[in-house]
Design a protein around this ligand. Structure first.
Ligand code: SF4
Length: 288
C-alpha cells in the first residue's frame, strides 16, 4: 500500500442522478507503508439479530427482513455504499489524517433532498468479518476515528461487530454518524460500544420536510436520542490538536426549513452547547 493521506472528499452527482462520495488522496512521504490487512485471525460468528421483526428505527414496523427486502432498509445483509478516508468533516473529526468512513446503504428516512447514496440497491454486500477488516485497514492509515455512516438499518449486525472490536481492544475511536432516529431500544444497546456520536439534527417541530421524510415526529425523536447519546458518552473530550476522542458532535445543515423550526433547533442546541460540540454547516445543496 502506498503512503497517502486523504486530501478532500466531495459529493459527486452523476449524470444518471445517482450520488456518491469521492475520496481524494495525496502522497505523504512521512507516512510509513503498512501491509494490507488481509489475514486478521478473526473468529467471527457471522450474523445479527432482530431482522425477523425489525424494530431498529422508531417506526417499529416489524418488517421481516429475513424473508423480504424492505425498499429502504433492505434485507439482513450488511451493505456498504463506499468506504475510505475522508477529510470532509469538522476539524475535530478529520484532524490531520482524516476520518475512516464506512458508508452503509439503506435508511428508513426518505428525505426530499438526500445527499448520500443510502439507497439499498447501491450497496455491495460484505460479511461481518470483512467489515472488521475494513476497520483495521482504515486504522492502518492512521485515521482519527472509524466513522460508520447511515448505520440505523444495520444495527442488528453492527452491535455484535462493535462488541467484537471492543473485546479485541480496537484502539481507534468508533464514531456513529446517524440522523438521530434509531429506536431507543437499539440505541441503548450501543452503550459502551461507541465513543463519538455525530447526529445530524435535521428538522424542527411540525416540519413539512420531516413529514415527507416519513417521520413527522422527527424533532421529538431526535432530541430524545441525542440526550441518550450524551448520557452514554458524556461531555466532549479532546486529545492532541483538539481532535475529538469521545462525546457528541451535533451537526445541523442549514437546509431551507421554516424559521420557527430553526429557532426550536437552536434553542435545543443552546441548551446543550456546554456539553456537546455544535456544528452548523452552510453547505446545503438542494437535490430535489
Ligand atoms: S429500520 Fe426499516 S424495516 Fe426496520 S423498523 Fe425501521 S422502517 Fe421498519
Amino acid at each position: 500500500m502506498s503512503s497517502k493521506i486523504p486530501q478532500q472528499s466531495d459529493i459527486i452527482i452523476h449524470p444518471d442522478g445517482s450520488v456518491s462520495l469521492s475520496f481524494l488522496w495525496k502522497e505523504d512521504p512521512q507516512l510509513k507503508d503498512k501491509p494490507v490487512i488481509s489475514d486478521i485471525p478473526i473468529i467471527f460468528e457471522n450474523g445479527g439479530s432482530g431482522y425477523d421483526e425489525c424494530e431498529m428505527c422508531p417506526k417499529l414496523c416489524g418488517f421481516n427482513r429475513l424473508k423480504g427486502v424492505h425498499p429502504r432498509c433492505g434485507d439482513d445483509q450488511l451493505r456498504v455504499s463506499t468506504w475510505g478516508v475522508t477529510m470532509g468533516d469538522e476539524a475535530s473529526i478529520r484532524g490531520t489524517h482524516g476520518s475512516g468512513a464506512i458508508m452503509l446503504a439503506g435508511c428508513p428516512l426518505s428525505c426530499p433532498s438526500c445527499h448520500n447514496p443510502e439507497m439499498v440497491q447501491t450497496g455491495f454486500v460484505i460479511n461481518d468479518k470483512e467489515f472488521v477488516e475494513i476497520c483495521y485497514e482504515l486504522e492502518s492509515k492512521f485515521v482519527h476515528n472509524i466513522q460508520i455512516l447511515s448505520p440505523t438499518v444495520h444495527m442488528g449486525r453492527l452491535i455484535p461487530i462493535l462488541k467484537y472490536l471492543k473485546k479485541k481492544k480496537f484502539k481507534t475511536p468508533i464514531l456513529f454518524k446517524s440522523s438521530g432516529i434509531e429506536s431507543m431500544d437499539y440505541l441503548k444497546k450501543l452503550r459502551g460500544l461507541v465513543d463519538i456520536y455525530l447526529p445530524d439534527f435535521k428538522y424542527g417541530p411540525c416540519s413539512s420536510f420531516a413529514k415527507r421524510s416519513g417521520f413527522s415526529d422527527y424533532f421529538e425523536l431526535a432530541q430524545e436520542n441525542i440526550l441518550e447519546m450524551l448520557d452514554q458518552v458524556g461531555e466532549t473530550r479532546y486529545g492532541k490538536d483538539k481532535i475529538l476522542l469521545s462525546g457528541v458532535l451535533i451537526r445541523h445543515v442549514m437546509a431551507p426549513i421554516a424559521e420557527v423550526e430553526r429557532r426550536a433547533i437552536y434553542h435545543f442546541l443552546d441548551f446543550l452547547q456546554d456539553r456537546c460540540e455544535i456544528s452548523k454547516m452552510d453547505n446545503f445543496v438542494n437535490l430535489e
